[in-house]
Design a protein around this ligand. Structure first.
Ligand code: PEP
Length: 253
């Protein structure tokens, strides 16, 4: 965490939540955010598409931002079941996650597609949260740096800057497993990412881009992770589904 960058605590609800529980969670977060005198963090939730409108209404003017979990690379057209950045913006989203490892695995998305989606998100006025991270096999093979560097270079669109881009470093083997890299390992990958951003965007922009850590973040480990020099918040899956835990993470900023 650095004075230059305000921490972002982002919840990825994945394919979880029907109307009743989504609204209860959003309502609880909005209430806590309203009660927080001067929060030292930005908070964002990314519910499934079906809940965007109602969760957006429940969040209202609380200051909790709304985001989506994916978007299409095209502006509109014959893409059955897909959702464009303009549609997300129209419904009140300010952010969209692209290239989550579950999209890369379940839908075969590669860096080129992620880059196109991030570019479309940015062109549509959204901040793209671009996810990158190595698999367990890649880490065991000593390829973490190589993989992360190459995913970053391949997924970053040409118009990226600190105002429209957030990077999430999510080791695939840490997602939903309860396992995390050591704090030193997290910091060294985040520093590598910042270095890659510096080469792509210049030092000033790189210094301002928020780099989130994601993978089994919870209230118990958040404080130490967020205190690391190049960790600017978290992308949180499981623990974002309970207001108490999600807010507990935010309060460790
Ligand atoms: C995620 O899916 O982005 C994630 C970090 O999940 P979890 O917090 O459950 O590991």
């Amino acid at each position: 965490m650095s004075q230059n960058r305000r921490p972002l605590i982002a919840g990825n609800w994945k394919m979880n939540g029907l109307k009743a529980d989504g609204l209860a969670l959003a309502g609880a977060l909005a209430e806590r955010m309203r009660a927080a005198a001067d929060p030292a963090f930005d908070m964002l939730v990314c519910p499934p598409f079906t809940l965007l409108a109602s969760v957006g209404d429940a969040l209202g003017t609380s200051g909790v931002a709304l985001g989506a979990q994916d978007c299409h690379a095209n502006e509109k057209g014959a893409h059955t079941a897909d959702i464009s950045a303009a549609m997300l913006s129209d419904i009140g989203c300010g952010f969209v996650i692209v290239g989550h490892s579950e999209r890369r695995t379940d839908h075969g998305e590669d860096d080129e597609q992620v880059q196109a989606k991030a570019g479309a998100a940015q062109a549509g006025g959204l901040t793209a949260i671009i996810c990158i991270g190595e698999t367990e096999q890649e880490r065991d093979d000593g390829k973490t740096f190589e993989v992360v560097k190459s995913q970053l270079a391949g997924s970053l669109p040409s118009g990226a800057d600190a105002s429209n881009t957030v990077i999430a470093y999510e080791p695939v083997w840490a997602i939903g497993t309860g396992r995390t890299p050591s704090n030193d390992e997290v910091q060294e990958v985040h520093a590598l990412i910042r270095d890659g951003l510096s080469q792509a965007l210049g030092a000033d922009q790189a210094d301002a881009v928020r780099i989130l850590y994601g993978g089994s973040m919870k209230p118990e480990n958040a404080k130490d992770l967020i205190a690391l020099a190049d960790v600017d918040g978290g992308l949180i899956g499981g623990a974002s589904l309970k207001a108490e835990d999600f807010f507990g993470i935010a309060e460790s900023c």
